[in-house]
Design a protein. Sequence first.
Lengths: 482, 301
Amino acid sequence: MVVNSINFWLFFAIVLIPYFLFFKRKEGQNLWLLAASYIFYGWADWKILPLLVAVTGVFYALGLAIERHNHSRPRLASQLTTVGVVLGIGILFYFKYFGFFVEEMSALFAAFGLPHCSRTLNIVMPIGISFFTFKLMGYVIEVHRESIRPTRDVVEFATFIAFFPTILSGPIDRASTFLPQLGQRRRFSESDFTEGLKRVLWGMFLKMCIADVISPWTDAVFGNYAHHNATTILVAAVLYLLQLYTDFCGFSEMAIGVAQVMGLRVAENFNRPFMAKNVAEYWRRWHISLTTWITDYVFMPLNVGLRHWGKWGLYVATLVNLVVIGIWHGANWTYFWFGVYHGLLLVATTALDKPRKRFEKRHRLKDNELYAWSRRLLTFTLFAFGSVLFRSASVHDFLGTLSRIPHGFGPLYSEEFSTIVVYALPSIAILFLREWSAEYRRNVHFLHARRTWVRLFSIALLICYILYCGQLEGQSFIYFQF
Amino acid sequence: MKQLVLKSLAILALVAAIDFCVGAVSRFVCTHLSDKLSQIGTIQQTLLRKTGDVLVLGASCAKYHYDPRILSDSLGLSVQNCGVAGMNMIYSDLVMQAYLERCHPHCVVIDVYGQLDPNEGRLSRIKPFYGISRPVTAYFNSEVGWQQRLKLCSRLYRYNGTLDLFLRHLLNEPNTTNGFAAKPALVSRMDTVVVSHLQLDTAKVRHFQNVVSLCRRHEIDLVMVLSPRRYHDIEQEAWIVEQSRRYGIPLINELHESLYYSEDSLFFDDSHLSGRGAALFSCRVASQLKSFLSNSRKGTR
């Protein structure tokens, strides 16, 4: 059930009406929400539902046990936290990486002429596993750090883990912000309802009018890279980055909007990444819920541990941080190298920070708009290059795609490109206008105009624009595979 | 709450008004397109306007392989190429029904290969003709799911994706070839690939059977053709041969004719002939068609 389908909206209506009308207590609302979340998840993959229920139960018990022993037996509490983290990583490793690991080991053994098993393990990866295991691990770590108190209400905890708008593709919520909301009764609020629906509408626009319009063309180029020239590859790299952003940001906007309609706030995932002036800033604005999670639970402990190495410790922690973000996406060497590439970019950005500031001071460039935009363009270009690595099915494909660039420029692959010119480019212009206006705090964003009639007219126009120019056949989201 | 309801109603009214206006303009454009070789132009002319004694039905192979001028010269009948790239058997059936509402063709030539795959193709491109063409309207009303029918209530949805088709139509050449488009010759060498993985869509098979029964009911000669191709599925070929036997439909099988494979320049890609290849193909099909038709007339007499 994709968020941009009629089925989802029927399901949502069935969930929403009793949620506000019939349940006058938080317990009832939570139970209803949990039932809806399990039905939603079961709809996507019912065979994995028992796993979700079981790990939820285990982590709920772990949370309570860690709190009980945090003061009396701190060593045991630490061990229980370790059990939780190892269990989370273990589940993730088994379902997501084990098959790949076995295949790679097998290939390595074969390369050395050692006996090996050439069978492929067909382990079905549960949908949304990377998202809910991170929520579970974050929960036990926070309980151990005493940042939060574990909830006694198992329904509340299970609702937090399985919350249907976010279980398939995030944002990865934190217990510290989400559980207190479940601890209160949610009342219908007009402002939440309208703002939530506006976000859903914007998310639909991103997904249907940009990502899904671009994707057939980029798929045709990357799926057949050997037949394309440098012009086509470079345009495809730029368009793929836009596709990736609008696909994932579109989903996040819809998930956040749906949650807001139900009176719940979930973590933000994007903050205008294309307005970032350097790689570090870009990562602070891109997939925020994941980057902050990994910063808190991987980077910070590592950075503290490597403090005695000085700036080299920071560089190593940065590199490891980005590699973890890379391999979080999946079991493929392309994600590993994607992480390494961005790690090195981030290390270079950190190392060059002081010289850059000196340069800007000397040439009085701090408030120079042209300089700011050239930095944004450079950052965008670096990420567009990285997106080719992200898109490639293997490192061999990535190198094959790159090898087309020295073959020279030529005419752009024009099959169906008119669709991009007619539909995607105006939509991209609207997206950039919105991002630019929000970045520079200029209130030209029509959905939030001060005058009511402008707002209503803008909403109606956007609905019509999606209906007329969008890809309406409900394609799946890129991040569902992670 | 009252305000929220009022605002929602205002938005709905605005959407309905825009939907009506854009729909009316798009409908007008759709029904008044000039006769050009563009995709939407060909669909419109095929569903609403054209007539012919011989119809060529199919997808891209039909469009790029059958030159009606050659067929017409040889048969002495008017020939209309109704092929549209990316279409399938459902489209062929709808075209057949639409033609029967306007005229009574003598013969239907159908290039079946690849038209029965489960692949949806570009069938959604006929959406703009919902409410305009009777067979298209009947198809959507009876064969698609309720969600699709609900979406079709919106004219914006019906004309979704037509803007670039209209623009491309403006830039396209006038149709002086009765629907045929010649492809350029192949640049690089291509090998012949034979595979075996037949996948049939039961709905499309039903539409194929409907074309057969329509032809029988209206006493129209039906001829099946297998075009030459460098990438072909032997199971699909066997299925087509079997259908030809089963229904007693003459089959012109050019798939294994070595003439086409002797020269690379006769192909555009692995599934389509170039302009030169199409000329050769049309000549050969025309001569075989002529003998089929004369035999059929003798049989009738």
